[in-house]
Ligand binder design. Structure first.
Ligand SMILES: NC(=O)c1ccc[n+]([C@@H]2O[C@H](COP(=O)([O-])OP(=O)(O)OC[C@H]3O[C@@H](n4cnc5c(N)ncnc54)[C@H](O)[C@@H]3O)[C@@H](O)[C@H]2O)c1
Length: 583
C-alpha cells in the first residue's frame, strides 16, 4: 500500500495500515520531509507504547513495515495508494498524474480530500473508474470512521475493494457521493460556524459555549476547542467550498474565523486560536486576557432554606430531586395536591433506584423525601427563597403564573423559569419585580445532566444573577451564562444541526444509519442525530426548530418538510414506537 504526503493525516494512515500488518511505502517532497514523516509515525507509536496500548516489539515490527522515499517509483508495486497532500486541487491533480504513470493498471488510487471534488482529481488519470475518496478522520489511528466517496464513474469492484481495505484496517466505511463535506463535515461545520457566530455576537463566552455542548449534549469537545484542533485555516477552506456548493449563509465562514486566520491564530498548531495553548501543538490551554469570570459568591444565598417548584412534570420532579439532594426543603405545587403527590412519587422512584444501585442509603432516602412538601395551593410558596417555574411551554400560561408568583412570594424571593425557548423577559414583565426574574434552564434528566443555562434578561439585577449562579453551584451543576433568546446555547446549536441531518436524509444523500454512524464515529458524538431525535421526540424537535426559525428568520432553520410529515403521521420517536427508527 502506498501513501503520498506523510503529514498529519498521511502519517496516521500509514501507521494504522502498518499496524494491520500491511507493508506501506510513503512518498514525500524531500529527504527532510521523509525523515519528519518517519518521526511523526515513530512518535505516535511511542505514545501508544508508553500508554500501554502497544508492545515495544510490535512497535518495531510496525516501523519495519513502513518505508519512505522521495520517488514515486517506490510505489510501483502498490495495490492501493492514498493521497494525503495539502488541500489544493492543483497539487492533488499533479500527484494523481504522477501516480498514474508508475502504478499498475489495476491499482486503486484514493484521495483523502475533505472538500475537493473527487471527480476533478480522478479525470487526471487514465483510470477514473478506479479512483475513490477515502476520507479519514483526525487522528486517523483513533477515529473509526472512513467516508468512502464514489463518483459517477467509480467501478463497483473499486468500491468493494476500498470497503474491504477499510474493514481490514479496522475502520467502518460509510459510502458518500462526491460533494463537498460528505456526511460528517457537512453536518459538523455549519454547527461549528454557528458557535463562532455566538462568540462573535458576544452572546456567550468561549468557555460557556464549549461547556454547554459537552455537558448539555455529551459531545467529547466543545465546538470552539474542536475548531482549534482542526485548524482554523483548514476550517475556513472547507467552509468556503461548502458555500460555493450550496450558497447558503450557514456555510459562509464567520468574519471572526477569517480574522483569526489572518492574524496567524490557526488553533493548537500555532499555539493560539480561540484559546491560547502552552506551546504550538500542545493540547493544554493556558489563561489569556479572555479568561476568567469570578466564581459566584456563595454568601449571596446564605440564608436560603426553601425552594419552590411550580409544576409536576419531568423537569419539575428532576429539579426538586436536585434541590433536596443539595439540602434544601422543597415545596412542589401542582394543579391539585394529588398531582403534586405524583411528582413526589416520581422522585421516590428515582431515589429508590439510587438505593438499589448502592449510591444512596435507605435512611438518607427517607430524609430526602421528608424534605418534600406536595401541595395544590400556590400560597404555600410564601416562605420560598427561590421558585422555579416548570409548567407547560406556553407563554400565556407562564405569564399568568408569574403574576401569581409575584403576589404569593416574599418580595425578596428570586423567581425563575426553566423555559427552553420562550422569552424570559415576558415572564419577568408579568411581575412587579422584573429585576428579580431569571431563566434557570436545566437539562433532562435534571438529576444526571450537569449543565444549567442561566439567563438574565435586560431587566435582571446583577445581585439576582449572582444568586442564580451561586444556587447553580450549590446544587452541583455547571452553570453557563447566556442572553435571553430562543434556544439559548445548546438548543440553538443542536437543533439546526438535527434539522440539517433530516434535510440530508430527505435529499437522498445518505441513509439514517449512514448518517448516525458517521456522526458517532467521525465526530465522537454519543448518539447520531436520528437516534437522538427519536429520544427527544420528533414533535418536540419540530417545535424547537419552529421557535428558532421564528426568532432568527434564518432560512436554514426552517424545519425540514420530512420532519413535519413524520410528526403529522404520528411517528414521534421512541414514545410512539416509531420515529426515524422502528422500536
Ligand atoms: N487534518 C485533518 O483533520 C484532516 C482530516 C481529514 C482529511 N484531511 C485532508 O487530508 C489531506 C492532508 O492534510 P494534512 O492535515 O495531513 O496536511 P499536512 O500539511 O499535515 O500534510 C501534508 C503533507 O504532504 C506533503 N506534500 C506536499 N506536497 C506533496 C507532494 N507533491 N508529494 C508528496 N507529499 C507532498 C507535505 O510535505 C506534508 O507533509 C488534505 O487533503 C486534508 O484536507 C485532513
Amino acid at each position: 500500500m502506498g501513501v503520498v504526503g506523510c503529514g498529519t493525516m498521511g502519517s496516521g494512515i500509514a501507521e494504522i495500515v502498518a499496524r494491520a500488518g500491511i507493508e506501506v511505502a510513503f512518498v514525500e517532497v524531500s529527504e527532510e520531509a521523509v525523515a519528519a514523516g518517519r518521526d511523526r509515525i515513530a512518535g505516535s507509536l511511542e505514545r501508544a507504547v508508553s500508554g500501554g496500548k502497544l508492545e515495544a516489539a510490535e512497535r518495531d515490527a510496525v516501523l519495519g513495515r513502513i518505508s519512505g522515499a522521495t520517488e514515486y517509483a517506490s510505489l510501483a508495486g502498490a495495490d492501493l495508494v492514498i493521497e494525503a497532500v495539502p488541500e489544493q486541487l492543483g497539487v492533488k491533480q499533479d500527484v494523481f498524474r504522477a501516480l498514474d504513470e508508475v502504478l499498475k493498471p489495476e491499482a486503486i488510487v484514493a484521495t483523502n480530500t475533505s472538500s475537493l471534488p473527487v471527480m476533478d482529481i480522478a479525470v487526471q488519470t487514465s483510470r477514473p473508474d478506479r479512483v475513490v475518496g477515502l476520507h479519514f478522520f483526525n487522528p486517523a489511528p483513533v477515529m473509526d470512521l472512513v467516508e468512502l466517496v464514489t463518483t459517477v464513474v467509480t467501478a463497483p469492484e473499486a468500491v468493494e475493494a476500498a470497503r474491504g481495505f477499510a474493514e481490514r484496517i479496522g475502520k467502518t466505511a460509510v459510502v458518500a457521493k462526491d460533494r463537498a463535506g460528505f456526511i460528517a463535515n457537512l453536518l459538523l461545520f455549519p454547527y461549528l460556524n454557528q458557535a463562532v457566530g455566538m462568540l462573535e455576537d458576544r452572546y456567550a463566552t468561549r468557555e460557556d459555549i464549549d461547556a454547554s455542548m459537552r455537558f448539555g449534549t455529551g459531545h467529547p469537545m466543545g465546538p470552539l476547542a474542536l475548531l482549534d484542533l482542526i485548524g482554523l485555516d483548514s476550517a475556513v477552506n472547507i467552509m468556503e467550498r461548502m458555500y460555493e456548493q450550496f450558497r447558503a449563509t450557514r456555510y459562509a465562514p464567520r468574519p471572526l474565523l477569517k480574522h483569526l486566520v489572518a492574524a496567524g491564530y490557526l488553533g493548537r498548531k500555532t499555539g493560539r486560536g480561540f484559546y491560547t495553548y502552552e506551546a504550538p501543538g500542545a493540547p493544554t490551554v493556558v489563561a489569556d486576557e479572555a479568561s476568567g469570570r469570578a466564581k459566584a459568591d456563595p454568601a449571596t444565598i446564605d440564608g436560603w432554606t426553601t425552594i419552590g417548584i411550580l409544576g409536576t412534570g419531568t423537569m419539575a420532579s428532576g429539579m426538586a430531586e436536585v434541590c433536596v439532594k443539595a439540602g434544601y426543603r422543597v415545596v412542589i405545587r401542582g394543579r391539585s395536591a394529588e398531582k403534586a403527590q405524583g411528582a413526589v412519587k416520581a422522585i421516590d422512584k428515582s431515589l429508590s433506584k439510587a438505593v438499589d444501585r448502592g449510591k444512596l442509603e435507605a435512611s438518607a432516602k427517607d430524609e430526602l423525601l421528608g424534605a418534600l412538601t406536595a401541595t395544590g395551593d400556590i400560597a404555600d410558596f410564601a416562605e420560598c427563597d427561590l421558585v422555579i417555574e416548570a409548567v407547560a411551554e406556553d407563554l400565556a400560561l407562564k405569564r399568568e403564573f408569574f403574576a401569581e408568583l409575584d403576589r404569593v412570594t416574599q418580595p425578596e424571593a428570586l423567581l425563575a423559569t426553566t423555559t427552553s425557548s420562550l422569552p424570559v423577559i415576558e415572564c419577568a414583565m408579568s411581575t412587579s419585580r422584573p429585576e428579580r426574574v431569571v431563566g434557570i434552564h436545566f437539562f433532562n434528566p435534571a438529576a444526571i445532566m450537569r449543565l444549567v443555562e442561566i439567563v438574565p434578561t435586560v431587566r435582571t439585577d446583577p445581585g439576582a444573577l449572582e444568586q442564580a449562579r451561586a444556587f447553580t453551584d450549590k446544587v452541583g451543576k455547571h452553570g453557563v451564562l447566556c442572553g435571553d433568546r430562543a434556544g439559548f446555547i445548546v438548543n440553538a446549536l443542536l437543533f439546526p444541526y438535527l434539522n440539517d441531518a433530516v434535510k440530508m436524509l430527505q435529499d437522498g444523500y445518505a441513509s439514517v444509519s449512514e448518517i448516525d454512524t458517521a456522526m458517532k464515529l467521525g465526530a465522537g458524538h454519543p448518539m447520531g442525530p436520528f437516534a437522538l431525535m427519536d429520544v427527544v421526540g420528533l414533535d418536540v424537535t419540530l417545535e424547537i426548530c419552529k421557535a428558532l426559525f421564528a426568532e432568527f428568520r434564518e432560512p436554514a432553520f426552517a424545519p425540514a418538510e420530512l420532519l413535519e410529515h413524520m410528526v403529522s403521521i404520528g411517528y414521534l420517536g421512541r414514545k410512539t414506537g416509531r420515529g426515524f427508527l422502528v422500536y
